[in-house]
Ligand binder design. Structure first.
Ligand SMILES: NC(=O)c1ccc[n+]([C@@H]2O[C@H](COP(=O)([O-])OP(=O)(O)OC[C@H]3O[C@@H](n4cnc5c(N)ncnc54)[C@H](O)[C@@H]3O)[C@@H](O)[C@H]2O)c1
Length: 410
């Protein structure tokens, strides 16, 4: 459905007004024009915060093309506002997988100098269709799953250009994955269902950066939270943070809500569905819609109906029902409004500065996965503290000497 231009404009203004760090980057870009003459292709969740990034990159001289990072995460109002501002945008909420892929292909056809990717679908397409990097100076990657794919590409020896791992910058995963996914996943679940969290048994699959945030927020709302893990360290961390930890097979019969955030696949599958508690809500906040097995849901169910805009009911032969939210896609974007604006301010400031780094130095960087330069991470942290009026102590000269010496001890 076409979005509402006026609503879209208002959403973009609201986002830009609450993104002071990206705003500072944008003002410098306007003066320095680091992307003059360059084309940037972005595959990201298309909503108002992303519009603020696209406009900041364009203010730096770039021709910007933008496509959806997921068929269900688009805000059509933001699309209307982006098109009105002259940004070529390929995205429509609820588009088919074929239309989604056409959008990613259009980003490649735009012949980019720099790629900004989320989940590595555009980078994968480059490598499926080309054997040379052409004019591509490099790519930046937003999320854990995309970084996992890039590292697999690097290990295969086929990575054609440098890729900057934005996800693992401190200013990304500590805030976006934990606080952003934590809050917005709840937003998506509540918007989809209008149900109460307090008193519900909530199972969080995966206690990584995202899972920690989701588990903490569910507990904050009064949920009785169980964690499932495959990693002993993370399982211990969850236990010492006060959560019950058990295999999914034991958790599923008790669960009123299961949230998957693992980056893996089939985390909820037939074995679990066979013992699932009646009425359980199933939500995914991991990058791809494979964490809750839709083929298994469809295979076991005898009836299937959409009962609310973002809720599908699957009824099993014994009468039990499971409710899948947001078609098993990222629930915070499919059914909610995505990460809070201030969180995307940090993530997109990192993206903008990493894209600038590639524009300036990409041709001389080795074709491997690179960390975000420490100076960029620090600059974003310092800029983020300023509007919060958080002051820092500075180490004295004596403290600097002490930290650099080995002689001093007891
Ligand atoms: N919803 C969002 O907006 C959003 C934001 C950031 C990241 N993500 C995505 O969320 C996913 C998780 O990201 P992360 O940064 O937390 O990753 P992470 O690597 O920090 O954590 C993933 C955790 O899942 C665990 N795990 C893996 N397979 C499992 C299984 N079968 N059962 C239980 N636990 C399992 C791992 O041991 C790990 O502790 C990724 O797909 C990432 O791309 C989504």
């Amino acid at each position: 459905m076409p979005g509402d231009l006026e609503r879209g404009r208002q959403k973009v203004v609201w986002a830009e007004d609450h993104m002071p760090v990206l705003g500072g980057v944008r003002r410098r870009f306007e003066a320095e024009q680091p992307f003059a003459g360059l084309t940037l292709s972005l595959v990201l969740h298309v909503e108002a915060k992303t519009a603020a990034l696209a406009l900041a990159l364009r203010a730096g001289g770039a021709r910007v093309h933008l496509a959806a990072g997921n068929p269900l995460s688009t805000d059509d109002d933001a699309v209307a506002a982006l098109r009105d501002r002259g940004i070529a945008t390929h995205a429509e909420k609820g588009e088919s997988v074929a239309a989604y892929r056409d959008g990613v292909r259009a980003m490649l056809d735009a012949d980019p100098d720099v790629i900004v990717d989320d989940g590595a679908d555009l980078v994968a397409l480059v490598h499926q269709t080309r054997t040379e990097r052409g004019r591509i100076r490099g790519s930046t990657e937003e999320t854990t799953t995309g970084v996992t794919r890039l590292k697999a590409l690097e290990r295969s020896g086929k990575l054609l250009f440098p890729a900057i791992d934005v996800n693992d910058a401190a200013m990304k995963h500590l805030f976006d994955n934990r606080y952003g996914t934590g809050q917005s996943t709840i937003d998506g679940i509540l918007s989809a269902t209008n149900l109460l969290i307090a008193g519900r048994v909530c199972v969080v699959a995966g206690y990584g950066w995202c899972g920690k945030g989701v588990a903490a927020r569910l507990r904050g709302l009064g949920g009785d939270v169980i964690v499932t893990e495959i990693d002993a360290v993370r399982a211990l961390e969850a236990r010492l943070d006060g959560f019950r930890v058990m295999p999914m097979l034991d958790a599923a019969p008790q669960a009123d809500l299961i949230v998957t955030v693992t980056g893996s696949r089939d985390v909820v599958r037939a074995d679990h569905l066979r013992v699932l508690k009646d009425g359980c809500l199933l939500a995914n906040s991991g990058h791809f819609d494979v964490e809750i097995s839709k083929p298994d849901l469809e295979g076991l169910a005898i009836a299937h109906a959409r009962v609310r805009p973002q809720v599908e009911e699957y009824r099993f032969a014994d009468g039990r029902r499971a409710y899948l939210l947001g078609e098993g896609r990222l629930v915070n974007l499919a059914a909610g409004q995505g990460h809070p604006v201030e969180i995307m301010d940090l993530s997109f400031a990192l993206q903008a500065l990493s894209a600038e780094h590639l524009a300036r130095h990409g041709r001389t960087l080795a074709p491997r996965v690179h960390a975000v330069p420490e100076a960029i991470d620090r600059a974003v942290a310092e800029a983020a503290l300023a509007p919060l009026e958080v002051g820092l102590d500075r180490a004295t000269e004596e403290q600097v000497r002490y930290a650099a010496s080995w002689e001093g001890g007891t």
